[in-house]
Unconditional design. Structure first.
Length: 137
């Protein structure tokens, strides 16, 4: 039973990471589309740092609540969501636009590889869950 809970938690984290990767692809595409728009500030997606921070603040100890009025001790169970952040610190072009097309294309390639890796991990987690439920190894 504990293995199933761990697998389900991993699936939730992978699901959130896939959503972040999908959002990142949209943000990168939008940056590329606006590469020549005067005054446009590029954006990027923040997820991994938020996830690391949340995981480092968690403990494996979870208190047992026998009454809904008790204080929750341990994992909150909340999975972080990706955030879009505007990059207004730099200016790359004379028109105030800060999109670096070479960087955006590199980020798009990296994100595609990351998305593929996440889908492979998610498939593996579903296979393990299936084995756990069926009782075969």
């Amino acid at each position: 039973m504990e293995r199933r809970v761990l697998i389900l938690n991993n699936i939730g984290i992978l699901h959130s990471a896939l959503n972040a990767s999908s959002l990142r692809q949209q943000v990168i595409s939008n940056n590329i589309a606006n590469a020549e728009t005067p005054g446009y500030n590029s954006k990027h997606v923040v997820f991994e740092d938020i996830l690391k921070q949340q995981l480092s603040n968690q403990t494996n100890f979870v208190g047992k609540r026998t009454d809904p009025r008790h204080v929750v001790i341990g994992k909150s169970g909340a999975i972080p969501m990706a955030q879009t952040v505007e990059n207004s610190d730099t200016v790359m072009q004379n028109n105030g636009n800060n999109v670096d097309i070479d960087n955006e294309m590199t980020q798009m390639g990296n994100n595609s590889l990351w998305y593929y890796t996440l889908t492979q991990q998610l498939t593996s987690q579903f296979n393990q869950l299936s084995i756990s439920i069926k009782g075969r190894s």
